[in-house]
Ligand binder design. Sequence first.
Ligand code: 13P
Length: 287
Amino acid sequence: MLVSAEEMLKKAKAGKYAVGQFNINNLEWTKAILLTAEELKSPVILGVSEGAGKYMCGYKTVVGMVNGMLEELKITVPVALHLDHGSYEGAKACIEAGFSSVMFDGSHYPIEENVEKTKELVAICKEKGLSIEAEVGSIGGEEDGVVGAGECADPEECKMIADLGVTMLAAGIGNIHGKYPANWPGLSFETLDAVQQKTGEMPLVLHGGTGIPADMIQKAISLGVSKINVNTECQLSFQEATRKYIEAGKDLEGKGFDPRKLLAPGTEAIKATVKEKMELFGSVGKA
Ligand code: 13P
């Protein structure tokens, strides 16, 4: 059964480790992530962007697929199904469809409007026992075609949003989605520390988990980050494994195209990436 991310993140914050959010795009990715979490006895959050939700034939299809897998694969670790960077309408649609967690990304609204919309969604999620993530300070890079620069959040604004009763807060600390440019100055631990001091027990979320050096990840966890989002790294490992398989020409032998064979190396590659991240984040054995 899907669970809200609240309890797993409270435990992570108290135990100084982070739960990974891995974005899903299809059946193979979902299966790879769930099997790895179960094998490593790690809690996990499945992230779904609005674009990926559309690709997978809508939120209800995603909920049906994930619930089916939890049962058929006999998954016992805590799993949350979470809307990633949701719009106000997207968050409502996911709540309706049966997601156990949503992110409302109101970072592009003026702070007053972000507060108002977040408040409304917090009330709905509280009533239904779902977790909700809010964002302050835009996270840069490209997400579903929208490109932004990595900002640092204002700690006062973070406190204002945290006080609305959200479960977790994504604060921009110079992190960006996708690959980091060579001249990236690194995470702003000064900002993270200031946000953590203002928001206390609130689990903080680090987006753009791909390509952040291990020592920075560990320092971020020590300063209150309890959830780390990874997407691009799974895409890259899937792509590389699939490319190698095609180049080897194996799929062209015999019966020709077989999706079960073609997608298998990429699926294994995602398992390896997820395992590496769960070990780095310290969530192994914490289910
Ligand atoms: P990356 O694609 O950089 O791993 O970031 C993922 C993310 O933050 C999803 O919200």
